[in-house]
Write a protein that binds this ligand. Structure first.
Ligand code: AMP
Length: 308
């Protein structure tokens, strides 16, 4: 496998200024998977495995969506009970998700088993999930090139020690700016990022700043790029996961040490890809993204930012 992603597979109920949507297929694994699969299809080599758990209520149609996008689903377990459910909303400029309810359901007793085929992927992504589950996957699988981890405010609040342990074990940590400030109790984002990097003994830190773009810390330098300017903002759920999925698939096509230039190119792809996710409720847009739409936006982004 080139890429293995462990993450949540969820049914989301969402409210945004653009409307509401019930029981949308979501979860960090779904968004990350569809985004990575899009790039793998562009690269002509979809070799992506998904690890996660769903309940008996999970629709066959949704398993089919994973399969059709080119994802290998032998790492998805179906367990008695209900699929993980997240109820969330966004207000105003939609820069902050408000969690109304998190129903762990089958995740409560989930103990991930990494299929043999998945235990040495080139890139391993621990998408947002309880840090103990991320640790369990890191115990069972070793990335040949790079391991990446994402998290969220909930785990900083209720599982901080586990999260601090697991972030030390990965090469690339992706968080948003508020999470970096929370973890370090420092409002100065650059100082907070440096503190976090010393907590994790170096490596790469990618800090997402929503509509303000992304700043990344690589041992060879700092990268700062803007977001893609979008007008059609419907539902930001999954933007962060789509970002991570695209970045991971880009890094799965390289070899050796990650250079500053390669990191920057992966961040450009991730930024442009994530800008599509916000344009629909759920995974519709990222799942059905067409190569010409992506390339057109990538070209425009490069003109705007002069990242040729
Ligand atoms: P993002 O908007 O990229 O941060 O991720 C949104 C996705 O995260 C939604 O589809 C949710 O199902 C999922 N999610 C929300 N809370 C959690 C949680 N506690 N653990 C795992 N996934 C979650």
């Amino acid at each position: 496998m080139d890429l293995v992603i462990v993450g949540s597979l969820a049914y989301d109920s969402l409210e945004t200024p653009a409307g509401t949507s019930e029981n949308e297929l979501g979860g960090s694994g779904s968004y990350g998977g569809f985004s990575a699969a899009f790039h793998a299809r562009l690269d002509g080599k979809p070799e992506i495995g998904i690890i996660g758990v769903v309940g008996e209520d999970f629709l066959d149609e949704h398993l089919e969506w994973y399969r059709k996008s080119g994802l290998d689903i032998q790492g998805i377990e179906v367990q008695p009970g209900k699929t993980f459910k997240w109820i969330g909303s966004y207000q105003g400029k939609m820069d902050q998700a408000v969690t109304h309810d998190t129903q762990l359901n089958v995740f409560e007793s989930f103990s991930p088993v990494v299929p043999e085929l998945y235990n040495s992927p080139k890139v391993l992504v621990c998408a947002n999930l309880h840090p103990d589950l991320q640790a369990s996957v890191l115990n069972q699988a070793k990335a040949r090139r790079v391991s990446i981890l994402d998290s969220m405010n909930l785990w900083i609040n209720i599982a901080r020690k586990s999260l601090e342990d697991v972030i030390k074990r990965v090469d690339i940590l992706i968080l948003n700016d508020e999470e970096v400030r929370m973890l370090t109790a420092d409002d100065n984002l650059i100082r907070a990022s440096q503190t976090l990097l010393s907590m994790k003994d170096g490596g790469i830190l990618v800090v997402k700043k929503g509509e303000n773009g992304v700043i990344a810390f690589h041992p060879g330098g700092i990268i700062s790029i803007p977001s893609y300017p979008t007008i059609n903002q419907v539902d930001p759920t999954g933007c962060g996961d789509s970002f991570a999925g695209a970045m991971a698939q880009k890094l799965a096509t390289g070899e050796g040490e990650i250079s500053v230039h390669e990191l920057m190119e992966s961040l450009v792809s991730a930024t442009v890809t994530a800008s599509f996710t916000i344009e629909s409720f759920g995974t519709d847009k990222i799942r059905n993204l067409q190569p010409h739409e992506y390339y057109e936006r990538l070209k425009h982004y490069r003109v705007i930012t002069k990242t040729f």
